[in-house]
Design a protein around this ligand. Structure first.
Ligand code: ZN
Length: 345
């Protein structure tokens, strides 16, 4: 009898271990901020990293809190990255900090030639600390004892990029075909560019980086490397999303944080569709502009279908398996779940 009890205890304990391992996922949520940006990461150790905080006003901070607390079970935003100083990226931060504690804030600080300045509220909201981020910096997220590690690395910001190493591949064939465009003088060009990895899984978030800066990411050296998931830069506007980036990093999935009237432009849509590696495109919103009928994916891969005024703000959720070898993308509102294999890098 004692032996049976022992066996039961051991098998119960090992099933707890298996359950705990299965919980050690990397989760990413694209929160609907109506054509702004707000991407929430939760590491296997339960730490949270929010990249951008949507627009000013109550709507976007409240949506962030709803996903962070109800879906992700968070009590705090441990790290907040503000990619650049446009209201659709930093505007929700100050109010968010009154609803949920914010730990460390990473942004571009104040710098020479700064084209746009953040609000006084942004510069003074309560948080644990603030740090100016530089190319090559990684966020100090906790490591797990077993299993793949998460890294969140800034590979470029304020139009400066990481130096290539001797192992960084040259990209001459693709670069020969690329031409610069009219310069974007706004703060978009200064966006913080992040690459998030979890084992073999890699995710690219370029904020609103613009065309000529995107070239520097992959020409003459590929500073990004292959990725699985591409957050469509700048909400799908055609001043960004240079195809030389897409054809260098070859993502499997593209996720566009467009609004009902913003982003999702035909040229970007055509470039995404013309990137052979892309198996699926997800949209946070249906493009409802009168000219937008041809550039939407199937309804089930779009989280929100109505106009911004009547929008419920549904999110997209990505979960990378604890072994990092596969990932699942779901739109709970549509009962859609798809599984993808992580590319071997
Ligand atoms: Zn933006």
């Amino acid at each position: 009898m004692r032996c049976l009890v022992f066996v039961l205890i051991v098998s119960f304990a090992s099933s707890l271990v298996i359950a705990a391992e299965a919980d050690k996922t990397l989760d990413i949520y694209w929160i609907d901020v109506e054509g702004g940006a707000s991407t929430l990461l939760v590491t296997p150790m339960g730490e949270s990293v929010l990249i951008d905080s949507g627009n000013p006003g109550h709507r976007d901070p409240e949506r962030i809190v709803r996903v962070a607390t109800h879906e992700a079970g968070l009590k705090k935003i441990d790290h907040l990255i503000t990619t650049h100083y446009h209201g659709d990226h930093y505007g929700g931060a100050a109010l968010l900090a009154t609803l949920l504690p914010v730990g460390k804030v990473y942004d571009n600080g104040s710098f020479d030639g700064m084209p746009n300045k953040p609000s006084r509220e942004y510069l003074s909201f309560e948080c644990d600390s603030r740090q100016v981020i530089n190319p090559g910096d990684s966020l100090p997220v906790k490591e797990q004892a077993n299993g793949p590690q998460v890294t969140i690395r800034c590979i470029g910001t304020r139009q400066q990029f990481v130096e290539p190493s001797s192992a960084t591949p040259l990209n001459e064939a693709i670069c020969a075909s690329c031409a610069p465009r009219d310069r974007d003088g706004s703060d978009n060009a200064n966006s913080i560019v992040s690459v998030i990895s979890f084992g073999d899984f890699r995710f690219f978030d370029g904020g609103d980086l613009t065309w000529n800066q995107e070239i520097k990411l992959v020409c003459p050296h590929d500073l990004i490397g292959p990725v699985d998931v591409y957050q469509v830069t700048h909400h799908g506007l055609d001043t960004s999303n240079n195809p030389v980036v897409l054809h260098t990093i070859n993502p499997s999935v593209a996720i566009m944080n467009n609004g009902d009237q913003k982003g999702c432009l035909p040229e970007v849509f055509a470039n995404l569709k013309g990137t052979p590696s892309i198996q699926r495109i997800f949209q946070v919103h249906k493009n409802l502009r009168p000219d937008g009928t041809v550039n939407n994916v199937e309804d089930k891969y779009i989280a929100n279908h109505g106009s911004a005024a009547e929008c419920e703000g549904h999110f997209i959720h990505l979960k990378v398996a604890s072994d990092s070898l596969s990932y699942q993308i779901s739109i709970p509102a549509n009962h859609v779940v798809e599984t993808f294999s992580t590319r071997q890098k």
